[in-house]
Design a protein around this ligand. Structure first.
Ligand code: FES
Length: 168
């Protein structure tokens, strides 16, 4: 009887240790990923994603470029993620801006407001931005649009991570 009790207690404590260990690893892994990821990204110089946009076909008027980030790994699953940028040429430079409005995150369109054809327009609350992404004062957004890192390879535009706007 006694030995039965002990072994049951042992069984219980092993089980608890097992569950605790499993939970700890579940909590630890994302933390390790968070700690390691930025380092890896920086040392690798960041990942650039190919887009279907030819550099030759760009002008000074921003065009919408859709691209797909393949197999983006989340904490739990892999999936393809669609993304969009507004891309134009400024002299020899290729500029790519994030379409995510800095007010509440809607998607901005170039020339979306008839009265301001040379600006980005956010239809949600009539936010506006200049071509370089600078937010027009007096409209809801309080900061400029983010900018993508850009690389040109084989005549095509490649986009990297977004960063705070460097143009305004
Ligand atoms: S979300 Fe763009 S103006 Fe409000």
């Amino acid at each position: 009887m006694m030995s039965n009790k002990v072994s049951r207690r042992q069984f219980l404590s092993y089980t608890l240790m097992g569950v605790g260990g499993f939970m700890a690893s579940g909590m630890l892994m994302p933390m390790v990923r968070f700690a390691v990821d930025p380092v890896l990204q920086q040392s690798g110089g960041g990942d650039f994603i190919p887009t279907p946009q030819k550099v030759d076909e760009l002008t000074e008027v921003p065009v919408r470029v859709d691209f797909t980030i393949k197999d983006r790994e989340d904490a739990w699953y892999k999936s393809d993620v669609s993304n969009t940028a507004w891309v134009y040429k400024d002299g020899d430079n290729v500029i790519a801006l994030s379409p995510v409005c800095k007010h509440l995150g809607c998607t901005v369109n170039w020339g979306g407001d008839e009265k301001h054809p040379d600006q980005f327009f956010c239809p949600c609350h009539a936010g506006r931005y200049l071509k370089n992404g600078d937010n027009v004062k007096g409209t809801p957004p309080l900061g400029p649009l983010d900018e993508f890192d850009v690389k040109v390879e084989g005549g095509y535009v490649y986009l990297g991570a977004t960063k705070p706007n460097t143009l305004v």
